[in-house]
Write a protein that binds this ligand. Sequence first.
Ligand code: PLP
Length: 278
Amino acid sequence: MIQKVPIHFSDNIELYIKRIDLIDNQIPGNKYFKLKYNIEEAKKLGKEKLITFGGAYSNHILAVSYAGKRHNLKTYAFIRGEELESKYQTNSQLKIASENGMNFVFVSRSDYREKNKLLERYFREHKESEYYIVPEGGTNSLAVKGTEEILGNDTENYDYICTAVGTGGTLAGITNAKLEHQKVLGFPALKDSEFLVKEIKKYTQNKFELIQEYHFGGYAKKNEKLINFVDEFNKKTNIIIEPIYTGKMMYGVFEEIKKGKFKSGSKILTIHTGGVNQ
Ligand SMILES: Cc1ncc(COP(=O)(O)O)c(C=O)c1O
C-alpha cells in the first residue's frame, strides 16, 4: 500500500510512503523480503536450524525468531554483549525472541567482530550440516533477490525512491529493481558507513546515492531534533515511524527537500521498512 504523506511542500513536490511495515505483523518491513528466499533455501537444503548474529534491540533477531517459529526451524543467535546474558529478559526484543524459542550465545564485543571464528568454534561442538547461516542484518544475495520485490507496478510513477540503510541489502534490491527514470537515495542509520558503497556494489550494478549526513551520531543515537521531528511526523500524518531507521531517513528527506535536492514537481516515494520504537 502506498500513502500520500499529508504534508504540503513547496515546488509542487509530493511525498509518498510505501507501507511494507504492514506486510506481516511478525516479520514486517524489509525483514519479510530479506528472509523470504533465505527461508526457502534453508528448507530446500533440508536444514533444521537457522543461526544468525545481532545486537540488543535488533529487528533482525526478532524477525528470524518469528520466521523460525513459523517455518519449524530452530533458531540460534550470537548476541553482541556478554553483559546481556543475565538481563536479556528485560530487553523487549530478546525477551520475545526467546519466547519464540530462539537460543542465544552471548559474546563479547571483540569476539562478535570475528564472526567466522565464532562460527568455527561453535561448529566444533555442533553439527554444522544442520545449520543455515543468516548473516548479520540478513543481507546476502538471496536477501537482495527478495528486496527487489519491494518495488513493483505500484511504484513505477515515482521519480525518487528513498530508504533507510543499515547493511545495504534493502537499498541494493531496490536499486536493482528501479526503472531507468528513477533515482534511488539511501540514508545510512550508522556512522562511518563509507564501506557501504563497496558492499552494496557487490549486489547491484545500477546507480544509487548514499546521503550520509543523517545518522545522528550512529546506530540508535538520537537527539532532541530527531525525536521532535518523529513525534511531529507521527502526529501530523498518523503514520508511525521510529527514530532508528525510518525516522532518520524521513528527517533526511525533509531536509533535502528544503535544500532543493529534488526537482520541482517531483514525486518522492519513501519506504517504511518497519522497525520498533524502543
Ligand atoms: C526497520 C529497518 N529499516 C531499515 C533497515 C536497513 O536495512 P538494510 O540492512 O538492508 O540496509 C533495517 C535493518 O536491517 C531495519 O531494521
